[in-house]
Ligand binder design. Structure first.
Ligand code: ADP
Ligand code: MG
Ligand code: ZN
Length: 510
């Protein structure tokens, strides 16, 4: 029933002048455990369909689930990292629904007894008044299992409507998921879209730091649903929310929230009412369209799962896990910034580009901090934006970037050649040394060929040669340019200039 009409929208400035946005973010994280939540099936991504299944995750009669201890431990660690309380006792529930992606006809999930609840996460956002910290309340983090994957064949759209038949793959059914749900996030005003993005970015950083998931948004191991509502003023009751699904990059979270704000504002402005529903984000057109009207919790007939024992983590276990948590990203960043000796503004650029970890890893691999920032925030960020990808999803590693930088520092490459090496690595031609060898990229450091090229250029432009001899050092640029061209950019321009002036017996005083 999705409609593809373009809805009216209000200009953003007007939206934030007249309405107060409230956010609610639901993030699903696929845990990186070796086996599934309730059975011993492997969880590796990309196996042939229905090869990682067993009677438990297929829901065959008589099979009995057992809880994955590592998944529980991960859930507790996530809860602690988000400043949550950890339940002393909690259970799983059955969320009943019929859909072929769930062979049991129910999803085993936590419902009103989550393992972690009532926490918070601080996120930094660049505002007109500099960096500001917004505290996002965490309602709960609970354990559940992933569903299978359906794909609809034969239709034009890949959707179920118009398809000839559907296929289902149960490899993913039963993979442990943690759902992290925020409290309604108020007080963000015009920064709501940035806060939403920064929250998911910080959360991802925390999860990666905990080592509990590979947190790849494009592979679906981190998925975000963005709830948004508007109200006339911060002291008015909460407005009706929509829940936008399918937002699978950091950039789209910001865009989707912003779009929903402008769409809802246009409805309210025209005296209408926002429908409570799920909506789908379309990356290509930058709009959301109506999904389904939201089912109420009652529709699922939740009841406690009778086949699993309750979970009662001992306080001693919880404290042991708390003591072994990695450094909080907020603290970690402050420490990095001090170590690199850069300004708040420069650090904010790194953070906003989602580059903290890649820059840190590049420096750890031996690169200078300024050079590491330069490559990631310059050339690589430009390419990532072009591709609509995140920096860390680019097929180049921090170690490779550090290697390129080392080649530049040694004088084996200049910046221009370094960019070609990066291009080659991104194109899958191998690591930097392999690209250098295969493409024959190297600064010509031997003076012999350079002097020959200089003589050729001087011979071709005798008038310029005369000018330089006569003291017009500025004219040297033309000869240097000709030599760079002749050597296909592989010469060190500064060295060419030196050799040229030496050749003509002119001192370098412009
Ligand atoms: P559902 O089952 O519909 O997904 P959840 O409770 O799991 O509901 O998640 C709803 C999310 O939306 C939570 O983050 C919640 O804090 C947030 N939320 C609730 N009401 C509103 C509202 N009026 N406006 C914006 N966000 C809201
Ligand atoms: Mg939900
Ligand atoms: Zn199984």
């Amino acid at each position: 029933m999705s409609t593809r009409t373009n809805d009216a929208v209000l200009p953003y400035d007007e939206v934030v002048a007249r309405f107060d946005p409230v956010l609610g973010l639901e993030v699903h994280v696929e845990l990186g455990t070796a086996t599934k939540m309730f059975c011993g099936c492997p969880t590796e991504f990309g196996a042939p369909p229905n090869t990682q299944v067993c009677p438990v995750c297929l829901g065959l009669p008589g099979s009995l689930p057992a809880v994955n201890e590592v998944a529980v431990e991960s859930a507790i660690r996530i809860g602690l990292a988000l400043n949550c309380s950890i339940a002393e006792w909690c259970r799983f529930a059955r969320k009943n629904y019929f859909y072929p992606d769930m062979p049991k006809n129910f999803q085993t999930s936590q419902y009103d007894e989550p393992i972690a609840f009532d926490g918070w996460l601080d996120v930094d956002v660049e505002t007109d008044e500099g960096m500001r910290t917004f505290r996002v309340g965490i309602e709960r983090a609970h354990m559940e299992e992933d569903t299978g994957k359906t794909s609809h064949q034969g239709g034009a759209t890949g959707r179920i409507h118009g398809a000839d038949y559907s296929l289902v793959d149960y490899n993913r059914a039963g993979i442990p998921l943690i759902e992290i749900v925020t409290k309604p996030v108020e007080g963000t005003g015009k920064y709501a879209p940035q806060v939403a993005k920064a929250y998911v970015a910080s959360l991802r950083e925390i999860l990666r730091g905990l080592g509990v998931s590979d947190v790849k948004m494009e592979q679906g191991s981190l998925r975000c649903d963005a709830n948004v509502s508007l109200r006339p003023s911060p002291d008015a009751p909460l407005g009706t929310r929509t829940e936008t699904k399918n937002v699978n990059s950091l950039r789209s979270i910001e865009r989707a929230v912003r779009y929903e704000m402008t769409r809802q504002a246009a409805i309210l402005d025209a005296g209408g009412r926002v429908t409570q529903e799920t909506r789908h984000w379309h990356e290509d057109t930058g709009i959301t369209t109506s999904g389904r009207e939201k089912s109420d919790a009652e529709d699922y007939r939740y009841f406690p799962e009778p086949d699993l024992v309750p979970i009662a983590p001992s306080r001693e276990w919880v404290e042991r896990l708390r003591a072994s948590l990695p450094e909080n990203p907020h603290v970690h960043r402050a420490r990095l910034q001090a170590g690199w000796g850069i300004s708040d503004f420069d650090m904010a650029s790194v953070v906003n580009a989602g580059a903290v970890e890649v820059v840190e890893a590049t420096i750890a691999a031996g690169a200078d901090q300024a050079a590491a920032r330069k490559w990631w925030l310059g050339e690589l960020l430009r390419i990532a934006n072009e591709r609509g990808a995140e920096l860390e999803d680019l097929p180049i590693t921090p170690v490779e970037v550090a290697r390129v930088e080392a080649l530049v520092a040694d004088g084996a490459l200049n910046d221009k050649l370094a960019r070609q090496v990066i291009e080659g690595v991104l194109a899958g031609e191998g690591d930097p040394d392999q690209v250098v060898a295969a493409r024959g990229l190297a600064v010509v450091s031997d003076d012999g060929p350079l002097l020959a090229a200089i003589d050729d250029a001087l011979g071709a432009q005798p008038d310029v040669a005369e000018k330089i001899r006569g003291g017009k050092v500025a004219a040297a640029g033309a000869i240097v340019g000709a030599v760079m061209k002749a050597t296909r950019g592989q010469a060190d321009a500064a060295r060419v200039r030196e050799l040229l002036l030496e050749r003509l017996g002119v001192s370098d005083q412009a």
